[in-house]
Design a protein around this ligand. Structure first.
Ligand code: HEM
Length: 176
């Protein structure tokens, strides 16, 4: 109790305010601080904002005819390369949806790939990450067509896939 009296006396002496007025003003200042601080980006978020700004969204550039192997590096890991993804051999620039297809994105596994089979089957199986759509049912092909229509509408087509060179059959591996 002595401590309480000492504190309240000190408050009155130094501020000229009653302890009640002092704590009311203090509480109001905390509330104002909280409100004002929500209007700014928090220090931790600032780092994330700066990191995102590295990825300046560039105009899609035509890439022409490339192989599936050559498409791989366009998976978002290199900030200087566009993010590309293919459906039925058509390559789209999906850089504007980095949050989906970029590293850490829910659909990053599709980036740098022809994901036709996975999309037709609505599958995330690594073995379905291929442009091979053989053996699919009519309804699965219809699902794929819906995806194709969505991509045609939303993204710029920047090239097409050509088959691997006959001499480099090891390029067919799908392990990574
Ligand atoms: C629980 C299941 C799923 C949920 C809740 C879900 C939810 C979503 C949501 C909310 C979006 C964002 C839509 C937008 O803002 O435009 C999205 C986009 C997308 N989803 Fe899914 N999804 C699911 C399963 C799947 C599966 C199985 C696949 C394919 C294998 C898939 C492929 C995609 C793709 C490719 C996009 C991006 C489309 C674009 O580029 O605009 N999703 N999903």
């Amino acid at each position: 109790m002595a401590l309480y009296t000492t504190i309240t006396d000190a408050i009155t002496e130094y501020t000229g305010l009653s302890p009640t007025a002092f704590f009311t003003i203090l509480a109001m200042m905390v509330v104002v601080y909280k409100i004002v601080s929500t209007m700014f980006v928090a220090a931790d978020d600032y780092v994330a904002v700066k990191r995102d700004q590295q990825f300046i969204l560039r105009e899609p550039v035509q890439i022409g005819s490339i192989t599936e192997q050559e498409l791989r590096p366009y998976d978002g890991s290199d900030p200087n390369k566009p993010l590309l993804m293919a459906i039925k051999g058509k390559i789209y620039d999906v850089s504007r949806s980095r949050m989906f297809y970029g590293p850490g994105g829910a659909y990053s596994l599709f980036a740098g790939r022809d994901a036709s089979r996975a999309l037709a089957l609505m599958s995330f199986e690594p073995s379905d990450l291929t442009g091979d759509i053989s053996g699919l049912s009519a309804s699965e092909l219809e699902v794929l067509e819906d995806w194709e229509a969505k991509f045609e509408e939303k993204y710029v087509k920047v090239g097409e896939l050509v088959s691997e060179k006959p001499s480099t059959t090891e390029g067919e591996t799908k392990e990574d």
